[in-house]
Write a protein that binds this ligand. Sequence first.
Ligand code: TXA
Ligand code: MG
Length: 318
Amino acid sequence: MAEIGNDIQKAKKILTNSGLVSIPTETVYGLAANTFDTDAVLKIFSAKNRPTFDPLIVHTDSLAKIESFTKNIPTKAHALAEKFWPGALTLLLEKTPQIPDIVTSGLRKVAVRIPAHPLTSDLLSQLDFPLAAPSANPFGYVSPTTAKHVDDQLGNKIDYILDGGGCNIGIESTIVGFEDDEAIVYRLGGLSINDIEEVIGDVKIMPHSTSQPKSPGQLKSHYAPKKKIVIGNIPELLALYKDKEVGILSFQKQYPEVAKENQIQLSHEGNINEAAKNLFGALRKLDTRSVDIVLTELVPNEGLGLAINDRLKRATAE
Ligand code: TXA
Ligand code: MG
């Protein structure tokens, strides 16, 4: 169990002394350390059991700070930064030598984001270093959206959890990089493609798994709960798995043939943003139920639905 609270001075002290603090953001909780302190950053990898080939996102509270450790920021990146920061946008930008190689796994570019959560913004504004922070979950598992999620899995490995309540968006940031002048989305996330395209025009979407993923968020199996999950038409799946104890993760509908406690509706009103917010908590909850298999369905492929469907597919990949 970690200590949980909302003491920013305490968080600051721990981070300044090479410790780990879990921080709330509007997307998911992060596991933070001083970006410039290599020993502290290494602790993140070991706490998460994360391979060092998987680079970290660097968080801070102003574009001016970001400009101090990146260079050649593309015009489109500037446009997105102005419009969406603080927010659920991560940009891949060329780094200066001030960013240690361990943070970017040796890549030339560093992922940066200005998160929008009042506690964390306050903390970041008081630090003279940015925070390297992946999501605060064991590598490969579902991201945490409450302080308790963090404590359940990593509580014994971190010094302090800054409790900022439930995450408003509930799904990780959208990652955008640039090749020549083309914008490429490497991870679908909490900022929708529509919103991005309204500012910079068409973007290329490349979140699919390759043999050498640019980001492990592109790995086919990632964000995966422990229970086996199948995606399809729920009534058809119910017929197919009628001999098994099933759980259901549906978009809106409830199914009378399955016990209430073994099914979760992502949004009774069919609201896609609410569904995103509930997704990871629902996957965690179903992971604790005594069912053999979880039946689920894709949500409408619009707005944050693209990111939800992406996570559902990765959660079901072997
Ligand atoms: O919403 C979020 O983005 C949360 C909060 C805490 O900010 N963070 C998060 O971090 O989801 P993480 O580490 O779980 O996922 C970051 C993804 C990884 O798939 C990583 O490979 C990719 O970003 N990434 C980080 N730096 C990169 C880089 N330099 N080039 C390409 N991909 C990078
Ligand atoms: Mg993660």
